[in-house]
Design a protein around this ligand. Structure first.
Ligand SMILES: [Zn+2]
Length: 225
């Protein structure tokens, strides 16, 4: 989970659908706009190109039409994460990735050792119920909470570990590949930059790899802003 920005203004159709008896919040270009704003990633797990898209109401609408059709309350999630979040009432109170005043990566640390069968480690950096709930949700999402979801999360971690390995290869290449010209190094640095962008999958983990290592921070810290 990382901070994101939502495009404004809201799609026109939402107001019109809200006025109807059985209106739909997936009207017009809502889904395309969500896909673009969330960079085609689930906002919770950061898997990219998800095949099971859920439009999530960040604050459950419970029949409230204002919440149901509020553009700022519609989030792009995968079925696995949406389901995990719905399973526990406390997950209604989590950090909002669209709130730029709460920097998620200053509040929660993301880590996985990039080896088979490793689990995700989520650490809170401040004591606060909302932050702790977010960390628990992320822990459940990445490591599984029911027999069904344990298998789903194992598949998710396989994608995550592959992405971290690819990222590690780039970092190794940058420092240790023999005979690189300045141009070659710049090209690798550009690829590292793309891997750290919000559009890349599992960015939170990759940013934390940089944040956690002084030499990497010196070389690539400027790419994090
Ligand atoms: Zn997800």
């Amino acid at each position: 989970m990382i901070n994101l920005l939502k495009s404004q203004p809201a799609p026109d159709c939402l107001e019109a659908e809200k006025a109807k008896k059985n209106g739909s919040y997936s009207c017009g270009d809502v889904l395309e706009r969500l896909r673009a704003d969330f960079h085609n990633k689930c906002y919770i797990c950061e898997a990219r190109g998800i095949t099971n898209i859920n439009v999530e109401h960040f604050i459950p609408h419970k029949g409230d039409k204002n919440l149901k059709f509020d553009w700022n309350n519609l989030f792009y999630a995968c079925g696995h994460c949406n389901n995990t979040k719905l399973a526990q009432a406390k997950y209604d109170d989590i950090l909002n990735c669209l709130d730029s005043t709460k920097k998620i990566l200053d509040l929660i640390k993301f880590h996985i050792n990039p080896f088979p069968k490793e689990k995700v480690q989520i650490t809170t950096l401040q004591k606060n119920t909302t932050i702790e709930n977010t960390a628990l949700l992320l822990h459940d999402v990445y490591n599984g909470s029911t027999p069904h979801k344990i298998i789903e999360s194992e598949n998710l971690r396989e994608l995550l570990i592959q992405e971290i390995r690819d990222f590690g290869d780039l970092l190794h290449g940058y420092f240790y590949e023999i005979g690189l010209s300045d141009e070659d190094k710049e090209a690798i640095k550009n690829r590292i930059k793309r891997k750290l962008s919000i559009a890349s999958p599992f960015t939170a983990f990759k940013i934390w790899i940089i944040k956690n290592n002084e030499a990497l921070k010196q070389a690539f810290g400027s790419l994090l802003d």
